[in-house]
Design a protein around this ligand. Structure first.
Ligand SMILES: [Zn+2]
Length: 422
């Protein structure tokens, strides 16, 4: 640092003092590498035939088998051969078996040994906000704040948002032009920029003027946490608003311009979700299966009885979850069957009904009590952590152009309340 300061001041004030020059030193590379790619239907042994002598191949493959199955390698797998530069003696082979793991084979005097190397990752936090101009999907996928994130990971981000708001807002039916969102998303990222794992730390959705919040809270720090609103009530409710993941619902029902059921609710008394055949259907609440099988125009149908006189019905199914029968107890979000077009249906879709005391009702009209509050023994910790997370949200502008910042999570969490004045 001192040297740097001197040199810089010298630049501005007369000629730099002559410190002499040093001859550059070129270190000899410790190894030379050659990268091979596994071809279609090619085995590791075949690929290495020209590089590893046949009497050593057995030892090498034996060492590899200690870490992974050579039979389960995909075409396109990269194999790096590492040589000593002096005599091109093969000293090691790295096989990248997937994006998180590499088998390193090391050649020793007694043959080949192996070890598994986990790809190093780093953690960052993505902040984004947006206003919905057409549909939530487009807004998130095309958000300029997320342009450094691979498309597949942006789709996953939508899944995360859907999962934290699935009790409050049906993304496929309720999102309106002008709704806004803000969120802070923590990612574990690989060197190639792809996401290994992720978690929403805090998210806000303003839907038709009502703000919904989800704040991650993990009192024991063991990853087994849950989401709460600003008041410390769980975001969970007795019923999911919809039995399909938002991502799996076909766009013609999610574009905000076509809501067939809202228009003919009176005649229809159910909700039709267009989705590909085979899409998993979830139970919207805990209950007991009271019907499983054909049911007239409904085709293959499931009915589940829930507490307080509620029944849910899922129709036109292609098939049922294996082992599901009348009397089976199911939990909320359990997959119970698969979207199809059995019965009176001219395209694959799920017909979903919610009934109370035999009368159909729109799930969006059912007023369910707030979720369980943060347990009292965790309340002090909640007060601290939720304030930090809520402050993170305040760092993100609520509407207007989206913005992105990537920073170390811990320092951000620490800086959050200070930056916003508490
Ligand atoms: Zn229907």
């Amino acid at each position: 640092m001192a040297w740097l300061a001197t040199a810089m001041s010298a630049c501005g004030a007369g000629p730099a003092p002559d410190a002499g020059t040093l001859d550059p030193i070129f270190a000899r590379a410790a190894e030379e590498v050659e990268v091979l790619t596994l071809g279609p239907n090619q085995t590791l042994g075949e690929l290495l035939r020209g590089s590893v002598e046949s009497n050593e191949q057995y030892s090498l493959l034996l060492a590899f088998r200690e870490q992974a199955s050579p039979r389960r390698m995909r075409a396109g797998t990269e194999i790096t051969l590492r040589y000593l530069p002096t005599d091109r003696w093969l000293r090691g082979v790295d096989v990248a078996i997937n994006s998180d793991q590499t088998v390193r084979l090391i050649r020793g005097t007694a043959g080949w040994a192996s070890q598994m190397i986990e790809t190093p990752t780093y953690v960052d936090t993505v902040f984004a906000s947006g206003e919905i101009e057409t549909v939530l999907w487009n807004s998130v996928v095309a958000n300029p704040a997320l342009k450094g994130i691979p498309p597949a990971d942006r789709y996953r981000l939508i899944d995360y948002l859907d999962r934290v708001f699935q009790w409050q807002v049906d993304f496929s039916r309720q999102i309106r032009v002008g709704d806004t969102y803000r969120f802070a998303f923590e990612r574990e990222v690989r060197p190639d920029g792809s996401m290994r794992t992720g978690r929403l730390l805090v998210a806000e959705l303003v839907n038709s003027g009502t703000a919904y919040h989800a704040i991650w809270f993990d009192p024991n720090g063991d990853g087994d946490g849950s989401y709460y609103d600003l008041d410390g009530n769980s975001v969970r409710r007795a019923f999911l608003l919809k039995p399909l993941e938002y991502r799996r619902i076909s766009s013609r029902y999610t574009n905000g311009r076509f809501h067939p059921i809202l228009k003919r609710w009176r005649a229809h008394r159910g909700i039709d979700y267009a989705a590909d055949a085979g899409t998993p259907v979830m139970a919207t609440s805990d209950g007991v299966v009271i019907h499983r099988g054909p049911k007239g125009d409904f085709g293959n149908a499931i009915e589940i009885r829930h507490p307080n006189g509620f029944v849910t019905r899922y129709a036109h199914l292609q098939g049922f979850r294996r082992g599901l029968s009348v009397g089976t107890r199911v939990h909320q979000s359990d997959v119970i069957g698969y979207v199809g077009m059995t019965g009176l249906a001219n395209a694959p879709h799920l017909h979903y009904e919610m009934l109370r005391s035999g009368t159909q009702m729109d799930p969006l009209s059912v007023d369910l009590p707030a979720g369980d509050p943060v347990p009292s023994q965790d309340r002090v910790r909640w007060d601290d952590e939720s304030a930090v997370r809520a402050a993170l949200l305040e760092l993100i502008p609520g509407a207007g152009p989206a913005r992105s910042a990537v920073a170390n999570v811990d320092s951000d969490a620490d800086a959050g309340p200070d930056d916003t004045g508490g």
